[in-house]
Design a protein around this ligand. Structure first.
Ligand code: OSB
Ligand code: MG
Length: 373
């Protein structure tokens, strides 16, 4: 099927928004989010994408400064003034640029939104989505005390969220998991280490087997698929890879090597919707479930995530929560809401199907840059 998309102009915005509460991972604590919003215009329509690169290169090698540079000087010239038979063709058009998946994804996703708006269909339909609502979980950062963590878990369970993920790091792991299990019983519970451990911690990680966790996300190093395979052979808890999987081929290798039993999909990390669908499909063919991760996106990126998570092999709850957990107000109006049973409806309007509050976006914009044909 061809879904033509033409790009006449790209507008980049560097945006900063305060988070409603600090978010701490093994990388450190953050109080706000700085990201790039991409507007892609063509054929009288406009599509939106969000670049999830952070201010620091701790989750991935990209930052919003590298992404701005790479989009402006290398990626935009490859697509502005061009027509494509399908938005999935943009990733191939970027092929000579190595890496920089978050920069590529921001443009590619804006092109999908543009194409879906031009075709007057919801993005989920164009992506191959099969459900009209998705199941939502939360990612709870490292807190100052176990009591604070308990309070957060209680609040999120009361709000209806269907899975609790706790960020861990050496010194904030067994105690946090033990507290969550003893206070909240058999809730769907998992942990995310953001690469904070090494194989030397295998004994400690194996001791988490007793807590019946759904999975442990990215326990070991960013690039280290082989050590994850060795760890998976030594622990019962399924390993889920996040940071390590930045290309479809790596997902296939990790599964073949037994390095993980579950994969986290984030379109920013993979280079956009097209690459995410490839990972989704190859995991489905191998009987490996996937779920949709989050990068503390605004409502723009979050809307993209919701549409992607409507594909059939997203069988585990995602890190896609309500706007009010991140930004008040969000860049979209109304914000994303979660039902009392922890579900989010997939928007049904054209494209990403959410409405940007342009005054708010303008007020949050630090810098603009336009690329025209
Ligand atoms: O590892 O999943 C991660 C946020 C920023 C960077 C990496 C991660 C996260 C989260 C937050 O866990 C998920 C969310 O957006 O709620
Ligand atoms: Mg993660």
């Amino acid at each position: 099927m061809t879904v033509p998309v033409r790009i006449d102009r790209l507008r980049l915005r560097l945006v900063r928004l305060p988070l409603v509460a600090f978010f701490e991972t093994s990388f450190g604590r953050v109080y706000d989010r700085t990201f790039i919003v991409v507007q892609a215009a063509g054929d009288g329509f406009e599509g939106l994408g969000e670049c999830v690169a952070d201010v620091d290169p701790y989750y991935s090698p990209e930052t919003n400064v590298t992404a701005w540079h790479v989009i402006k000087d290398f990626l935009a010239p490859l697509v502005v003034g061009r027509s494509f038979a399908h938005p999935r063709d943009l990733f191939a058009a970027f092929a000579r640029v190595r890496g920089h998946n978050m920069a590529k994804a921001a443009i590619e996703m804006a092109a999908w939104d543009l194409a879906a708006r031009a075709a007057n269909v919801p993005l989920s339909r164009m992506l191959g989505g099969t459900r009209d609502e998705i199941v939502s979980g939360v990612s709870i950062g490292i807190q100052d005390s176990l009591d604070q963590l308990a309070q957060k878990i209680e609040t999120e369970l009361a709000a209806g969220y269907r899975r609790i993920k706790i960020k861990i790091k050496p010194g904030w792991d067994s105690s946090a998991v033990e507290m969550a299990r003893s206070r909240f019983g058999g809730i769907p519970l998992m942990v995310d280490a953001n690469a904070a451990y090494t194989l030397e911690h295998a004994g400690l990680l194996a001791s988490l087997d007793g807590f019946d966790l759904m999975m442990i996300e990215q326990p070991l190093d960013y690039e280290d698929i082989r050590d994850h395979a060795e760890l998976q052979a030594r622990i019962k808890t399924p390993i889920c890879l996040d940071e390590s999987i930045h290309a479809p081929r790596l997902a296939e290798d990790a599964i073949a090597l037994g390095a993980c039993r579950i994969i986290n999909i984030k379109p920013g990390r993979l280079g956009g919707h097209g690459q995410s669908i490839r990972v989704h499909d190859s995991c489905a063919a191998r009987g490996v479930p996937v779920w949709h991760g989050g990068m503390l996106e605004s409502g723009i990126g979050r809307a993209h995530n919701i549409h992607l998570a409507s594909l059939p092999n997203f069988t585990l709850p995602g890190d896609i929560a309500a706007s009010k957990r991140y930004f008040v107000p969000d860049l979209i109006e109304p914000g994303i809401t979660v039902s009392s049973t922890g579900t989010i409806r997939v928007p049904i309007g054209p494209g990403i199907g959410v409405d940007v509050d342009w005054d708010r976006l303008e007020a949050a914009t630090i810098e603009h840059y336009d690329v025209r044909a």
